[in-house]
Design a protein around this ligand. Structure first.
Ligand code: ZN
Length: 336
């Protein structure tokens, strides 16, 4: 539907120099349905929603906030959005319009309250997911005293200023080897062949097997950091972490340092905590946490060092984490 409407808009623009609107596209829907009668077998709501998405994509393009809308790939993630009038939820079962049976869902979590929309996606690995938008009151956690700074370590994944460093989850490496083999196989398959599609699916499944536990691992980590600390201080950007840290880059790569910050940020809002983001150019590794002396250089290979001014002996990552925490708390005071 999205691609049909997009093709129509492009043609219209070429012939008349004019654009279209959601209302105009929606009127054409009846005509498109006559050409493809199977469109009548599904609810009209997700069809209209994809026209709305196209309208939004054009608006963002015209406001220069996004690139020109492009055709969606058939092997990309597919999605259908069902608004409130196109599904039924009785607290137990979810029924989509024009479907007789309820969806056989394996729930990852339960929710309270009434959903306002349901999105069904088919990911590149061939798996269906349902995400449900719910308005839910989240109880903030009782305030606590503890604060923490976190550094993206060289060997250990995340080094907090207090407590145990979190190891880089090594069990992903096995799948990474399999992925490389599957990708080589895919590269040898003829374009457009059935075998190529099979090989593509295989690659996508291995990608999912790597990405899923990583995301899960990251969720557990961010939830714990937010639960245990009133204030969490972290560097704001992946760039520095990535440059500094190839080993970790691998572990965080799929989900991204940006994803870690994103999770910390919304969980902090949910639970009444504070996330302080530190400028990525703050020299967290070069400052001595004990006396504030600043080193000119701090090569990647240095794991431990001794401050020439005060004699303090530092673990590289822990010292950086402590500096990130002090800087975060300082910024918080300034802004209060
Ligand atoms: Zn010092």
């Amino acid at each position: 539907m999205y691609n049909t409407a997009l093709a129509n808009r492009k043609r219209l623009y070429q012939e008349t120099g004019k654009g279209s609107t959601y209302n105009r596209d929606a009127k054409l829907l009846t005509e498109w349905k006559r050409e493809a009668p199977w469109l009548n077998e599904v609810s009209a709501v997700p069809l209209q929603q994809s026209l709305r998405h196209l309208q939004t994509a054009y608006r963002h393009f015209l406001e220069k906030r996004a690139a020109k809308p492009h055709f969606k790939r058939k092997d990309g993630t597919q999605s259908a959005v069902f608004m409130r009038n196109a599904f039924r939820w009785d607290g137990e079962e979810l029924r989509l319009a024009k479907m007789e049976k309820p969806l056989p869902i394996r729930w990852s979590r339960r929710f309270k309250g009434g959903p306002s929309s349901v999105t069904v996606t088919l990911d590149r690995a061939g798996r269906y997911h349902v995400s449900i938008l719910v308005d839910e009151e989240i109880e903030p956690l009782p305030p606590i005293e503890r604060t923490v700074g976190i550094d993206c370590g060289l060997i250990r994944a995340v080094v907090p200023s207090h407590g145990e460093p979190v190891d880089n989850p090594r069990y992903f490496e096995r799948n990474e080897h399999k992925l490389a083999i599957a990708q080589r196989r895919l590269a040898r398959k003829r374009k457009g062949s059935k075998n190529r599609e099979k090989a593509r699916l295989k690659v996508a499944r291995i990608h999912a097997r790597i990405a899923d536990p990583r995301r899960d691992w990251l969720h557990k980590l961010t939830t714990r950091l937010i639960r245990e600390n009133q204030v969490v201080c972290a560097e704001s950007l992946a760039v520095k972490a990535m440059v500094r840290n190839r080993a970790l880059a691998k572990a965080i790569h799929d989900v991204g340092w940006g994803e870690l910050i994103r999770q910390l940020s919304y969980k902090a809002k949910w639970y009444g905590r504070t996330l302080v983001e530190i400028d990525q150019w703050f020299p967290s590794s070069k400052l001595c946490h004990a006396c504030g002396h600043r080193m000119d250089r701090m090569p990647l290979s240095v794991r431990r060092w001794t401050c020439p001014k005060c004699g303090a002996v530092h673990d590289r990552d822990l010292n950086a984490a402590r500096n990130i925490e002090s800087e975060g708390l300082r910024l918080l005071k300034v802004s209060a």
